[in-house]
Design a protein around this ligand. Structure first.
Ligand code: COA
Length: 155
């Protein structure tokens, strides 16, 4: 899988037919990946999936957002290993935030592992602030890992 520089990456809504490519990146990226069923259920219930694609329409990253009662939640944000470090995650996150604004959400929430330096840096740059910890939120080889709960106020 090859990727072009940031300006050649497009971001569009996730379609059902994107799920196999998304799943491949998911499985390369997480020790505890989402299943195909989870992605399909997210789309079925109307959550907002976005994909980043290169010039060949190859999916190089994706995000999933839910919105309810004024709160948007980033459920997943992931970039293919060989497409990282070029701003692709920033483009997807921007699309998710714009979607949250379009849905009139008052804030965007997300969880991140304290050990995930790249993700934490990305969210900090975009203005997310830590509002709480969720003890034992994530599975990990050593038992459980806490999550940091971050928020971005939109109003
Ligand atoms: C986190 C992730 C989405 C970032 O994707 P990306 O496209 O590489 O991110 P970007 O290129 O937009 O870079 C975001 C920032 O993180 C920094 N960064 C990238 N990799 C890093 C690393 N290994 N350590 C520290 N910072 C890193 C970048 O330098 C950039 O900061 P900068 O603009 O100051 O240089 C990607 O690493 C990934 O998919 N990881 C696996 C899934 C995951 O952890 N998702 C997040 C769940 S909360």
């Amino acid at each position: 899988m090859s990727v072009e520089p940031r300006q050649l990456i497009g971001v569009r809504g996730m379609r059902s037919r994107d799920v196999p490519a998304v799943l491949e990146i998911e499985q390369l990226s997480y020790g505890y990946p989402w299943s195909e069923r989870i992605f399909r259920d997210c789309l079925r219930v109307g959550y907002h999936g976005w994909v980043a694609t290169d010039l060949d329409e190859t999916v190089v990253g994706y995000g999933m957002l839910s919105v309810a009662v004024g709160e948007a939640h980033v459920l997943n944000l992931c970039v293919a290993p060989d497409a990282r470090g070029r701003g692709v995650a920033g483009l997807i996150l921007e699309a998710l935030i714009n979607q949250a604004k379009a849905e009139r959400a008052e804030r965007v929430l997300l969880e991140v592992r304290p050990s995930n330096k790249a993700a934490r840096r990305l969210y900090k740059q975009r203005g997310f602030q830590r509002i709480a910890s969720r003890p034992g939120y994530y599975p990990s080889p050593d038992g459980r890992e806490d999550a940091l709960l971050l928020a971005l106020d939109l109003i």
